[in-house]
Design a protein around this ligand. Sequence first.
Ligand code: FES
Length: 85
Amino acid sequence: MDKKVNVKVCLGTTCFVMGSANLQELIELVPKKYGDRVDVSGVPCLGLCSIDWEFSKAPYVKVNDDVVKEATVEKVLAAIESHLK
Ligand code: FES
């Protein structure tokens, strides 16, 4: 059975202000790189910014159940790689 990796890029206000706009390239890049092994989508606030609420760890991306804090394209790709293993 193929396991799929599920990536959710937070596009809520806090994450957006903290840079998740840059992460939107993942939404194009990931399907090109991984085809249908990885699902990627933009989602509204994941609820994480209100927990960690000095906002210092935004933007957040979820890769399966793991939270990538202060997410960058590189960090998210690394997380995807580790989930594909
Ligand atoms: S805006 Fe991203 S976790 Fe709230």
